[in-house]
Design a protein around this ligand. Structure first.
Ligand code: LRH
Ligand code: MN
Ligand code: MN
Length: 406
């Protein structure tokens, strides 16, 4: 992309009253955490494909994450999932990450792959299983202390498949009990991010089924508990950006798990199915970032943007690069919204004018802007092309098959 293309773009935006210097500054601050599990082998319930070149251990997952960060400048931290990323010495994993220019991000407990949890983990009617599950949560807080992580992302597969299978209200109490025990183990600088999911693997009821339940637990626990919005965890038709705006206003939006879906929790590449939805999520975030209320602005600053995807048929590193670039693109577009224009039209009751002022920003090609941002940051203007030219993908083939999987 030539300087000319950027100059034209800048001129065009100036005429609309958009200050591109400010836009670039904000774009340069965007950070997106990638998940360790997005680099390993994963699959559907029908098949886990074993790919050649997949990391064989958590250390190699960080190596793959490092190239994503080196080429995009967007991904300085990596979330881990325990026990998928179990290592004997977490201090060693932390030094390895730091040596690669990364940090260890959110710690995700895993309470869904042990036979004991078939009928629930923290909501199991057996107190011994509940104890085991709560101990795992506490173990994850200890791991976070060693890795220097500040966020604990909690997702529970707990739920039932049939009416009568479990006591819904008892389970609600057990859930709160476990969360409260974990909450009291947090250090003051840690956050507990509570994830919800409408269904799957449980198909009748899920113990934390929606944002309202997650929010209610967060309220009961205290200010260090916030809600995590996984974009794939809603029933079709849910207005996710409304949930986002609501939770920001309540100062309880802790973070995102970005991914995309067509039918359910498909874990497809974020922005691949409905980029407009992603843009509208960022519209709410950008609006709140400009809010007069300092606390609202503070909430936005602390939002953890994380990818939560499993790449089954995709090449894993390019899939991650595509994902974070899609997020960056929609954020860039949202930064081009002229909010005065929107407010002015809305104030006149001009519904179509307001909608047009929002949508127009989405319709710009932001390639010249993103190229300029990358160039100024000393990054390749086309990270995907740079990855294919780097030879990294060919180098990791030596790892062979049979890498780490979930
Ligand atoms: C569950 C989920 C949750 C898990 C991750 C692997 O669907 O989104 O965040 O921890 O997938
Ligand atoms: Mn998730
Ligand atoms: Mn999910």
């Amino acid at each position: 992309m030539s300087d000319k293309a950027y100059m034209l773009f800048e001129e065009q935006q100036k005429l609309r009253g958009i200050d591109l210097e400010q836009v670039k500054t904000r774009l340069k601050k965007l950070k997106i955490e990638t998940p360790s599990w997005g680099y390993g082998d994963s699959g559907t319930r029908f098949k886990v494909f074993q790919k050649v070149g997949v990391p064989r251990n958590p250390f190699e997952k960080f190596e793959d994450a490092a190239i994503v960060h080196r080429l995009t400048g967007l991904c300085p931290s990596v979330a881990i999932h325990i026990p998928w990323d179990h290592v004997d010495d977490y201090g060693k994993l932390r030094s390895h990450a730091e040596g690669l220019g990364l940090s260890i991000g959110a710690v995700n407990p895993n309470l869904f792959q042990d036979d004991d949890y078939m009928l629930g983990s923290v909501t199991n009617s057996d107190p011994a299983i509940r104890r085991k599950a709560a101990n795992h949560l506490l173990e994850c807080v200890d791991i976070a202390k060693e890795t220097g992580s500040k966020d604990l992302s909690l997702w529970f597969a707990d739920g039932t498949n049939y009416p009568g299978q479990g006591d819904l209200r008892k389970r609600k109490h057990w859930m709160l009990e476990a969360l409260a025990e974990m909450y009291s183990a947090l250090t003051p600088d840690m956050r507990m991010l509570i994830e919800y999911k409408a269904f799957e693997p449980a198909f009748y009821h899920t113990d934390i089924a929606d944002w309202g339940m997650a929010y209610n637990y967060a309220l009961k626990l205290g200010p260090q508990a916030e809600v995590l919005v996984d974009t794939g965890h809603h029933l079709p038709g849910a207005n996710i950006e409304h949930i986002v705006a609501y939770l920001i206003d309540e100062k309880r939006l802790g973070g995102f798990h970005f991914n995309s879906y067509k039918y359910a929790d498909d874990d497809l590449i974020v922005g691949s199915m409905n980029p407009y939805e992603l843009f509208l999520i960022f519209y709410q975030i950008v609006l709140a970032a400009n809010d007069a209320d300092e606390e609202v602005r503070g909430t936005v600053e602390k939002i953890a943007f994380m990818i939560d995807q499993s790449h089954n048929i995709e090449q894993k590193i390019p899939a991650m690069i595509r994902s974070v670039l899609n997020v960056q693109t929609q954020y860039a577009k949202a930064l081009l919204i002229n909010h005065e224009e929107v407010a002015e039209a809305a104030g006149r009751g001009d519904v179509l004018g307001a909608e047009d002022a929002v949508r127009r920003a989405f319709e710009f090609d932001v390639t010249p802007l993103l190229h300029a941002v990358r160039e100024e940051a000393g990054l390749p203007v086309d990270p995907m092309k740079a990855y294919h030219a780097s030879g990294y993908g060919a180098g990791i083939m030596a790892r062979g098959k049979g890498g780490a999987s979930w």
